[in-house]
Design a binder for this molecule. Structure first.
Ligand code: FAD
Length: 387
């Protein structure tokens, strides 16, 4: 596996073990069928609990069954999952960073007891409902709202593009509390079997096909007071979850790029044209050299992010830079790898075109590339250019 500047030597025993466990899991259990799942538009749901048993959901959290592994170990885990398929990493990202993290950070003791162990073991599946049909890049304008009465809240609205909503037991739904002054955004734990909840699946995706995506319809859905995340109010709630998930994506995308690189390198060595392997041609070597360089610089950025996160010095803007850079890198390099495989490169027998199509989603979700550009622009100049 590409590790051109020897980052392996900085890993401790636990980090290597977690990486190797994930690598073996995907090689044995997922990689053999992932192309078929992708073509069929299915996710291997039978593996959800096994992924939980292996500790793939938010192992960087502390307590409630989570072992509090290092941020590097967590990043390496995301990298290995996405080296198989972005859909697999998305499952772990949503469950861990977008569902378990907010319950852990902002939930009541009762909410933590009820949900964190079950989600961590994969016995329950969660989803994160922020995006709405009319509000994607600007979630602050969300229309989903809650009205309070004596004992709880009634929710109305719709969310779309929600990873795992059709298979979720619980949704974290972000909506405005219309009964409170200034209508703050609040997080609600909505069990998907409540009256008035619908979770239609979105079919015909041409990207992230080995991942289940759906809507969340909320039609007069009643939740009791104890289902509100008590410790957060305002956009800080969803945005802090996104920072966690984007951190994982910045690592994960490198995995997809590395898998493309390894596939292209092996193919170029084996494939013969004009009397020998195509790897002997300078044009092919230039592509591999560029790919290896881009992957290596992205790895360095990700490792630095982990150090900053451990020290408590990581800013959301750092994460924006890494998500923006590393996903663009992976998107570009997957295309070069696809090209190096010639006609075979357009089939599902090889991973690059599957990764390439997946990375269109990764480039778009969790803040589009454009939005991260504007976040960095604001940080660098002091001027917000969103409107
Ligand atoms: C497969 C998949 C899974 C997803 N999973 C989830 C999930 O689990 N939970 C969830 O809540 N959401 C999820 N999303 C939604 C995702 O986060 C949104 O698609 C994303 O935020 C972009 O929103 P949008 O699609 O409405 O695009 P828009 O916001 O309409 O953007 C359209 C284009 O305009 C550009 N643009 C927008 N504003 C500006 C601006 N100010 N300046 C310059 N350009 C701008 C964008 O960069 C983009 O290119 C998922 C999406 C996909 C595709």
């Amino acid at each position: 596996m590409l590790d051109y500047v020897g980052l392996e030597s900085d890993l401790d025993a636990e980090e290597r073990m977690i990486r190797d466990t994930a690598r073996e899991f995907v090689d044995e259990k997922v990689r053999p069928d992932v192309g078929e799942h992708w073509i069929e538009g299915t996710f291997p749901t039978d593996l959800v609990e096994e992924m939980g048993e292996l500790g793939f959901y938010a192992p960087n959290l502390d307590g409630y069954g989570s072992p509090n592994v290092s941020e590097t170990a967590y990043g390496l885990l995301m990298q290995e999952l996405e080296a198989c398929d972005s859909g697999l990493r998305s499952m772990a990202s949503v469950q861990g960073a977008l569902v378990m993290y907010p319950i852990h950070a902002f939930g009541s003791d009762e909410q933590k007891d009820e949900w964190l162990p079950a989600l961590g073991r994969g016995e329950a599946v969660g989803c994160f409902g922020l995006t709405e049909p009319q509000h994607g890049s600007n979630p602050t304008a969300m229309e989903t709202y809650a009205e309070r009465d004596a004992e709880g809240y009634t929710l109305n609205g719709s969310k779309t593009w929600i990873t795992n909503s059709p298979i979720a037991d619980v949704a974290i739904v972000w909506g405005r509390d219309r009964s409170a002054e200034d209508t703050p955004v609040r997080g609600f734990l909505v069990e998907t079997d409540r009256d008035g909840v619908s979770t239609n699946k979105i079919d015909e995706k041409l990207s992230l096909r080995a991942s289940i995506t759906g809507e969340i319809g909320l039609n007069d859905v009643y939740v009791p007071e104890e289902n509100v995340l008590p410790e957060v109010s305002g956009m800080k709630g969803p945005l802090s979850c996104l920072t966690q998930a984007r951190y994982g994506i910045a690592w994960g995308a490198i995995g997809a790029a590395r898998d493309c690189f390894e596939t292209a390198r092996e193919y170029a060595t084996d494939r013969e044209q004009f009397g020998g392997p195509i790897a002997r041609f300078q044009l092919q070597q230039q592509k591999l050299a560029e790919m290896a360089t881009q992957i290596t610089t992205s790895q360095l950025l990700a490792h630095r992010l982990a150090e900053l996160k451990e020290r408590g010095e990581l800013r959301p803007q750092h994460v924006s830079m890494a998500k923006r850079n590393n996903v663009r890198m992976a998107r570009d390099q997957s295309r070069i790898a696809r090209e190096m495989l010639g006609g075979n490169g357009i089939t599902a027998d090889y991973s690059p075109m599957r990764h390439m199509a997946n990375l269109e989603t990764v480039y778009t979700y969790e803040g589009t590339h454009d939005i991260h550009t504007l976040i960095l622009g604001q940080d660098l100049t002091g001027f917000a250019a969103y409107e």
